[in-house]
Design a protein around this ligand. Sequence first.
Ligand code: ASP
Ligand code: MG
Length: 297
Amino acid sequence: MKVLKFGGTSVGSAHSLNHVKEIVAACPQQVIVVVSALGGVTNQLIEMTRMAQAHDSNYEAMLQQVKIRHHDLIGQMVPEQRQHECRQVIDTFIDEGLASFYSLLYANDELAPDFIDRLSDAIVCHGEIMSSAIVTAMIDDAVPHFSPNFIKTMDTVTQRVLDAETTERLIREEFEHRTERVHVAQGFIAADVETGEKTNLGRGGSDFTAALIAAALDAECLEIWTDVDGFMTADPRTDPTATVIPSMTYAEAQRMCDAGAKVIYPPTIAPVALKHIPVWVKNTFNPTAPGTVIEDD
Ligand code: ASP
Ligand code: MG
């Protein structure tokens, strides 16, 4: 079994989603596909929260753009017989969920800060919920999963952290007995272990979700599908001599992530390193390129 994580640009257009379909179809073994929101959508969800709070009604137009973008992808990617249902799912999340959350913020000046925080968390999880609905519907017989059911966070005095033990147990319960070939789950989104309210693993956290699933299930590998060919020796935008690093150790990858390499969300490395699971960083737009493998020496 492998875990394949596709980032925002990889699920952001019909062109990239066609690659995603081919990459998944080419895997002979069982795969768990973890998806980000369509590229840019998380930023838009946050921006609309800010606009609604500032009583800027232009958030409504932006919300319609988000809806149209999802509808367009359904039209291009989802088989005809599943399009209607998939559009309805998106419409419910936008017209009932998001629209009511934003109008609450728009109409009320005196919401408690804690309530606004919880509302913002409930809003931001919609990006992955909607992208995963499309990816599930576009792949025949893909089984949908809901990550807040098994990725759990808890609050400490100072911050929100992963409840690692509960999460590991719940991931096993969710997937271990399954025999279907393709499974789809949302990256990034989680739920509070006590209240069940939606939370998340932080910006860029979809990589971490995929690593937690791979580690809990002892996956044969984790593949992070992104829009670059792998870890590079330097920033290719400023250094034309930059080349892809074919392989690196977990410690080297961790050092590069901590130093700001945007390729992988830093907390991703530890869970897979502990289980000695190789991580491949691959380019969805150039799938035959070898990429970077991160593994033991
Ligand atoms: N969609 C989330 C973000 O933009 C999580 C992710 O893509 O990893 O931060
Ligand atoms: Mg990312």
